[in-house]
Design a protein around this ligand. Structure first.
Ligand SMILES: [Zn+2]
Length: 316
């Protein structure tokens, strides 16, 4: 059953020159047969229905962008607003954040997800993040090789944007995927923070920011124009969600959520694309795991499961 994005009662949808269109979360829930209740009065809302469970924060502007879909953290494009006792959600989030997960965009019948392009971040003269003597480029390639082997064993055709310690320009990466008519583009990275903040850990998955919205990491700044990656907004989101769900289910990792960014490789991808930040090299325990082949095998397994979950969801 398709979701109603704009219940008829929303003639009063509150838009304005300076903010996107917002609609009442209660009315949207009613129109789409979700039960609405407060987990914590004036703080956290829970909606249940259609086999799904959604939670939203109305407490503060920073928390108000953090939602959960079936326990998976997802950053909204715009914060939930709470005005005169009514929670409001942006139409962009109904259409581009909740919609693709609750009512997946299916492919025409017979179209199968078969070819995957894996993109080990950095390489050659670009080491990526560093933690001590460890360089990100080495571990993204090792993970890509492992994921490639497991995907191949699962029946997928796999291409890598690089298969050695070589430098590949950013624009050339989505181009490799396009040339091989890949169905999905998955970029692999590891995070790091500066010295002194090495308690930060966990996994986050990025997909392209919808047109008109600001990126999760941009604090309301930056260009919000339409880019090529926006042609797959719904599938980008679904893939990011399924991947984060698989990571958090299969691995003992902190869920930093599905986020949006206009990274060049995401902007320029012509097929559904995500960027996985698989953990923090700068965190003593998480870094140690990233450097272990047994743990990378588990990460690769999570990647395979995420792709298979997406493949099932879009099957026509
Ligand atoms: Zn990186």
């Amino acid at each position: 059953m398709a979701l109603l994005l704009m219940p008829w009662t929303l003639a009063a949808a509150r838009g304005g020159r300076d903010r996107p269109h917002y609609v009442s979360l209660t009315e949207w829930a009613r129109a789409n047969v979700f039960a609405f209740h407060w987990l914590e009065r004036d703080k956290t809302i829970e909606l249940t229905g259609r086999g799904a469970r959604l939670t939203f924060n109305v407490e503060s502007r920073s928390d108000a962008r953090r939602a959960q879909i079936n326990g998976v953290q997802v950053w909204l494009a715009f914060p939930i607003l709470y005005e005169n006792g009514t929670a409001l959600i942006s139409q962009v989030d109904l259409a581009e954040t909740l919609g693709p997960v609750l009512s997946p965009p299916v492919n025409p019948r017979g179209i199968r997800i078969k070819t995957i392009c894996l993109d080990p971040g950095h390489g050659g003269k670009d080491p990526g993040n560093r933690a001590g003597s460890n360089e990100e480029k080495k571990y993204t390639l090792l993970l890509a090789r492992e994921a490639s082997a497991q995907l191949t064993a699962a029946g997928f055709k796999v291409y890598l944007t690089r298969s050695s310690d070589s430098f590949v320009d950013l624009p050339a990466r989505p181009e490799v995927a396009r040339r091989h008519t890949a169905d999905l583009f998955v970029s692999l990275h590891f995070n790091s923070v500066e010295e002194g903040r090495n308690d930060v850990k966990g996994t986050e998955i990025f997909c392209c920011t919808p047109a008109g919205a600001t990126s999760t990491n941009a604090r309301g700044e930056g260009d919000t124009r339409w880019v090529a990656g926006n042609r797959n907004d719904e599938k980008n989101m679904l893939l990011a969600y399924e991947m984060q769900k698989s990571y958090t289910k299969n691995l003992d990792v902190e869920d930093r959520g599905v986020k949006r960014a206009r990274f060049q490789i995401l902007r320029e991808s012509t097929m559904p694309a995500i960027l996985i930040e698989g953990g923090f090299m700068s965190h003593p325990a998480e870094g140690k795991k990233i450097y272990e082949s047994a743990y990378r095998k588990q990460m690769a397994h999570a990647i395979v499961e995420g792709i298979i979950a997406y493949k099932k969801a879009v099957k026509g």
